[in-house]
Structure formats: C-alpha cells, structure tokens
Ligand binder design. Structure first.
Ligand code: C5P
Length: 237
C-alpha cells in the first residue's frame, strides 16, 4: 500500500483500519479466512507461525486477498537486518515489524533495507513482559522504556510503531501525530478478553490514537468472521 501519511489512514473507512491476525495453524485456513474477509478489512497479518511454516508462499497466498503485514519482529545486527529487510522488500508486504530495542542503527538498517517497498513498524516493549520481567533483565519499567524506545525508533526513521492500548496516549504524546500507531489487544465490548491483561475496545483504542487495530480471535474464531469484522468496524468512531 503506497499510503505513507497516517492522517490518510485516519480518514479511510473504518474497516480499512482493521488488521486481521491470521494466527491459524495452516495456510489453507489462513487463505480461507483472507478470501472471506477480502474487502472487509484493511490488512492481513502474517505472523511467525505461518511464515516459519510456509515462508514467502504464505505472503503470496494471502497477498492475493489484500495488503499483508508481515509480523516477524526482526532483531539482529544491523547488517543482517538490512539484508533480511531487503529480501522482504521483494515479497510484496506493506508493513514489517522490528524490535525498537535493537537500537538506532538496526532500525535505520531495516528502513534502508525495506526501502519504498513498505513501512517499518517498531515494537517497543512486548506486553508479555511485566515490570518484574523487565527488572530481571536489568531493563527499566515499561512506562519509562516504551516512550523512550518509541522516540528512538521514530528518530531512526521508523514511520510506525506497535504498542499496547494502554501505552497509546503516552506514545502519541512522545512521537506526535505523523507516526502510524498500531495496536493489538483489541476486544469488542461484548467479547471475552482472552489472555489480554488490559484489552481495549476498538473505539477506546481509536480515541487514544491508534491508526490501525490488530484483531485476531474475535474475528478468526467467530461463527461468522465477516459479521464479526463488520461489527468491530462499526464500533470505530
Ligand atoms: O487473537 P488476538 O486478537 O489476541 O491477536 C492479537 C494479535 O496481536 C496476535 O497476532 C498477537 O501475536 C499480536 N500481539 C498481541 N500482543 C502484543 C503484541 C502482539 O496480542 N503485545
């Protein structure tokens, strides 16, 4: 997708702000979901499981139905990341994740490697890490670290960031309006929160500054994924 200005995303129809996480065991199941949801959502997220199993073929199969967000969270020395990103640039993906914690040179390398083929999203701190977990690796608490890593990554050229709903307000304040903010942990008001400690509703996340909302199970495990996606889009302001 050629859009580079997040304000354009904010102006797109609500359903185009939805990213469906295709976290299903087989490529057939993922492609079936993508086929059913083509035109109903803005992006399809291919994660490590599908990519590890099927590699570029997964991107090709899913890309037939809409823009692909490749969630591989690159984290390595800058040369390796740049070379991986330049290979990813040939696959036809619009969004690719890296870890902001890889540092300025690594984020710059990812941006250089991907070039104009897509946009790099930097992941600040994994929400699976509690402050105790962070302390155990001598890292500061998330409230300190997330805005700092968000600034580092955007100053290194990342046009977008992935953060938890609870961090959206602080991250938006840290990086300003021109950075694309993507958030998982979205649950419609009437839906169980699954394993998310702090889920947000689609409306709340959008109000707090999210441009794109990553939704997996509430759509992929619904009796009718299309009905579920439409209901979530209808909750967006
Ligand atoms: O099914 P669910 O809506 O929880 O899926 C959320 C998606 O976002 C999954 O692909 C998951 O890996 C990803 N994610 C997350 N929480 C994070 C980072 C990524 O749920 N902190």
């Amino acid at each position: 997708m050629a859009v580079t200005d997040p304000t354009q995303e904010r102006a797109t129809p609500p359903h185009e702000r939805l990213v469906v996480a295709l976290d299903v065991p087989t490529l057939d199941a993922a492609a079936g979901l993508a086929r059913d949801l083509a035109g109903e959502v803005g992006w399809f997220k291919v994660g490590l499981e599908l990519f590890a199993a099927h590699g570029p073929a997964a991107v090709e199969a899913i890309g037939a139905y809409g823009p692909v967000f490749l969630d591989v969270k690159l984290h390595d020395i800058p040369t390796t990341v740049e070379r991986a990103a330049s290979r990813i640039a040939t696959l036809g993906v619009g969004l690719v994740t890296v870890h902001a914690g890889g540092g300025t040179a690594m984020v710059r390398a990812a941006v250089a490697g991907l070039g104009d083929a897509g946009r790099v999203l930097a992941v600040t701190v994994l929400t699976s890490m509690s402050d105790d977990d962070l302390a155990s690796v001598n890292a500061p608490p998330a409230a300190t670290q997330v805005p700092a890593l968000a600034r580092l990554a955007t100053e290194a050229g990342a046009p977008g960031l992935v953060c938890a709903p609870r961090d959206l307000t602080a991250v938006r304040a840290a990086v300003g309006p021109s950075v694309l903010l993507v958030t998982p942990g979205i649950r419609p008001g009437d839906r169980d929160v699954d394993d998310h400690a702090r889920a947000a509703t689609p409306r709340q996340a959008a109000q707090d500054g999210a441009d794109l909302l990553v939704v997996g199970r509430p759509i992929t495990r619904a009796d009718d994924p299309v009905v579920a996606a439409r209901a979530i889009a209808a909750e967006l302001p």
